[in-house]
Design a protein around this ligand. Structure first.
Ligand code: CAA
Ligand code: NAP
Length: 246
């Protein structure tokens, strides 16, 4: 039987690993991306081979257009047809704009937004040839509302909405859906890097009074990745404990 492949960028990170496992448990053959030379590749490859043999770890830089084209071609040729693409890789390099270095802007835009173009551009062509695909990009509550210290990150995350709605229009008649998920603050290393006192101040602004869990995002990815979700496109699903209601 032909494999259905799901590609999850940042597929070994706090949210990505849970997404990768959830898709694998749903029957997809999952390609979990990570950074070249990532310590996570070594950390998880052995464990996943035991618990989830249908997850392959693939290090590549999502910010590198040509590398992404090669990776998608290789997956299509040697693993199977990509049915689901989850653009999940992302970084923060927070700081007020008045102090922001060019490097902070470029790296965040490259990893968080150029990556969406790089991967989706490559995966779209085979998806179009099969009249089927699910493209899901992980944005953020801070792309919806803005955040002190995150002009770079919020711009990249907001950019995903325009990208996804435009592409959704282009491929709506071709069996391909394009959606975004906007998590609020989810308990991963990304949040743990924020100073504890700032974390507490943020938590106080969340009506459910807690940070979210990666499982709460993975569940929504499964929902959008389902074959029966074909009428949901150009949408954004906010999962933020009530922190921001658009
Ligand atoms: N609103 C208004 N003013 C704020 C503020 C806020 N949220 N946060 C800081 N300030 C003010 C301080 O009161 C202080 O003012 P004074 O100088 O008048 O005393 C000033 O800003 C301090 O500025 P500095 O640049 O010196 O502060 P800093 O370098 O120590 O920290 C920062 C700046 C890195 C942006 C820090 O405020 C911070 O980490 N904020 C949290 C940003 C955040 O939420 N990041 C989310 C990361 S996780 C993620 O992104 C996942 C996701 O999608 C949800
Ligand atoms: P995380 O644990 O730091 O994971 C980020 C992942 O991105 C890592 O797996 C990392 O690879 C990968 N990555 C970073 N740069 C890359 C590059 N250049 N090439 C390839 N892969 C790269 O963060 P997370 O919390 O799981 O976040 C996942 C996504 O959710 C991000 O897009 C983030 O912006 C978004 N998000 C997070 C939150 C939150 O509160 N946590 C809220 C809203 C949105 P390695 O495994 O090699 O490190």
């Amino acid at each position: 039987m032909e494999r259905s492949v799901a590609v999850v960028t940042g597929g070994l990170g706090g949210i990505g690993l849970v997404i990768s496992k959830a898709l694998a448990e749903q029957g997809f053959y999952v390609v979990a991306g990570c950074r070249p030379n990532s310590s996570n590749a070594e950390k998880y490859a052995g464990e996943l081979a035991q618990t989830h043999p249908n997850i392959t770890v693939l290090p590549f830089n999502v910010g590198d257009f040509h590398e992404c084209q090669r990776v998608v071609l290789d997956i299509e040729e040697s693993i199977g047809p990509i049915k689901v693409l989850v653009n999940n890789a992302g970084i923060t390099m927070d700081g007020q704009l008045k102090k922001m270095a060019l490097e902070q802007w470029q790296q965040v835009l490259s990893t968080n937004l150029d990556s969406v173009f790089n991967l989706t551009r490559a995966a779209l062509v085979p998806m179009l040839s099969r009249n089927y695909g699910r493209v899901i990009s992980i944005s953020s509550v801070n792309g919806e509302k803005g955040q002190f210290g995150q002009c770079n990150y919020a711009a990249a995350k907001a950019g995903m909405y325009g990208f996804s709605k435009s592409l959704a229009l282009e491929v709506a008649s071709k069996g391909i859906t394009v959606n975004t998920i906007s998590p609020g603050y989810i308990e991963t290393d990304m949040i743990r890097a924020i100073k504890p006192e700032i974390q507490e101040a943020i938590k106080a602004q969340i009506p459910v009074r807690r940070f979210g869990q990666p499982e709460e995002i993975a569940r929504t990815v499964l929902f959008l990745a389902d074959q029966q979700a074909g009428y949901i496109t150009g949408s954004n699903l906010s999962i933020n404990g009530g922190q921001y209601m658009a």
